[in-house]
Design a protein around this ligand. Structure first.
Ligand SMILES: Cc1cc2nc3c(=O)[nH]c(=O)nc-3n(C[C@H](O)[C@H](O)[C@H](O)COP(=O)(O)OP(=O)(O)OC[C@H]3O[C@@H](n4cnc5c(N)ncnc54)[C@H](O)[C@@H]3O)c2cc1C
Length: 405
């Protein structure tokens, strides 16, 4: 026998719970169910942010916030003007969860535990009478004239409206494709680079501000670069991986990375700088102390890579040696050979084509009464709380449009 609901939310993750709760709060009379294929709900929330759940980011201007989204920047501008990071803080405060901001802008519950967020959501669904049905893996979707028919392994559900919050699940994307949606093929985003190079071999843990570029492409990013035992990581590299997700996938993650350890200093300016340093420190040994604002160990390695003995005096450096050093400093080329996952915190670029979603309502432009929230659409962000912010914002907008009818 089929069970009937006003709204079925497919997927018991962050986006699904937030949508269901906001719908029920706006209209307590609606009969709502969340269908989750797993035994547990909110499993990504549990492990998120290293078990602390990085709920959002302290970035309160919508036009600044969108810049953290390699996919979704244009489309999220309107939605963030309706529900942004400040609204997230206020929402959680209203539901008894206080958030705190860390130095880098990431926001966590003051408890430093994702369980606080899970408890908040579970309390809300219990209070609001939302049914959370686990072990209900959706197998097929069918849109009749004025209702949805949803088959799971255990039975059939009927609903007037359907919210898709199934994250990056290829099976659900196939079903959405059958309904007429274009699915942008999924590729990984947020990864670190595998590099085997004598210049960084013994420098694990060294971190420096750098500008990184993919040779022969427009991809470029700046920020702290961290040398790891497998290659390079850190915010600058992650940013490059996110914006380059599709391009680097197409290159099978084999490319040349150009590193400028002096950021906006170019080759010519670096030549001039080195000549000044040569005069000023004429009697000092080159390898003794880094004249730049990065760790000595890195400096020593770049000096060696330039073919200069660390004990050479600055005064004795030849023109060629100075040029070689300048090239290492502002245009060090490293062969990247593959990628590694960043702290297991991967996201997927890809999903429902954004052209087919009405961002004023989060309703499908292809199929009536079908709504989207979270990672199921082709939106993703860099690390820092932005992926959850997308889930919260989509959810609120979908809930508002469902309850305003
Ligand atoms: C380890 C890790 C840590 C992260 N940490 C952070 C962080 O701190 N901050 C941040 O902003 N982002 C973080 N992210 C990204 C963030 O977790 C996701 O962007 C977010 O969870 C997406 O929410 P969602 O509800 O769209 O999808 P999901 O959380 O993936 O939820 C989708 C749900 O749908 C269910 N489902 C799928 N198919 C079916 C089906 N056929 N039938 C029924 N149910 C189905 C799934 O089982 C799942 O429970 C992290 C990601 C990972 C992997």
């Amino acid at each position: 026998m089929s069970k009937s609901y006003d709204v079925i939310v497919a997927g018991g993750g962050a986006a699904g719970f937030f949508t269901a709760i906001n719908i029920a709060e706006a209209n307590p009379n609606l009969k709502i169910a969340i269908l989750e294929r797993g035994k547990e709900v909110l499993s990504k929330v549990r492990v998120s942010g290293g078990g602390r759940c990085n709920v959002t980011h302290a970035c309160f201007v919508p036009n600044d916030l969108v810049k953290f989204y390699p996919r979704g920047e244009k489309e999220l501008r309107g939605p963030f003007n309706r529900f942004s990071a400040g609204d997230t803080i206020e929402w959680f405060e209203r539901h008894g969860v206080e958030l705190k901001t860390e130095e880098d802008g990431r926001m966590f519950p003051v408890s430093d535990s994702s369980q606080t967020i899970i408890d908040c959501f579970i309390n809300a669904v219990n209070t609001l009478g939302i049914q959370v049905l686990t072990g209900e893996s959706i197998q097929s979707l069918y849109k009749a004239e004025n209702h949805w028919k949803i088959d799971t392994k255990n039975g059939t559900f009927i609903a007037a409206k359907l919210v898709m919050a199934t994250g990056s699940n290829p099976k659900m994307w196939d079903m959405l494709a059958e309904l007429g949606h274009t699915i942008v093929p999924p590729v990984p985003s947020l990864f670190t680079f595998n590099i085997k190079d004598p210049r960084i071999k013994d420098l694990m843990g060294v971190s420096a501000l750098a500008t990184v570029k993919v040779k022969n492409s427009k991809l470029e990013a700046s920020g702290p670069l961290l040398i790891t035992h497998w290659g390079m990581s850190g915010p600058g590299i992650l940013r490059l991986s996110a914006w380059g997700a599709r391009e680097l996938f197409a290159k099978s993650y084999q490319f040349v990375l150009q590193v400028n350890w002096l950021n906006d200093v170019d080759l010519e300016e670096c030549d001039v700088l080195l000549k000044e340093i040569k005069q000023e420190h004429a009697k000092k040994m080159v390898g003794k102390k880094s004249p730049f604002d990065f760790p000595n160990r890195l400096w020593e390695s770049l000096v060696t890579a330039s073919g200069i003995d660390a004990e050479t005096k600055w005064a004795d450096l030849t023109r060629n040696q100075l040029q070689a050093l300048a090239a290492q400093l502002v245009n060090g080329e490293f062969n990247v050979n593959g990628k590694s996952t960043f702290k297991e915190e991967f996201v997927t670029a890809g999903g429902v084509d954004l052209k087919e979603v009405n961002f004023k309502t989060m309703e499908s432009k292809r199929v009536e009464s079908l709504y989207f929230a979270g990672e199921v659409i082709n939106v993703d962000a860099i690390t820092g709380g932005f992926n959850f912010q997308n889930a919260w914002t989509d959810a609120v907008i979908a809930a508002e449009s469902i309850t305003s009818m």
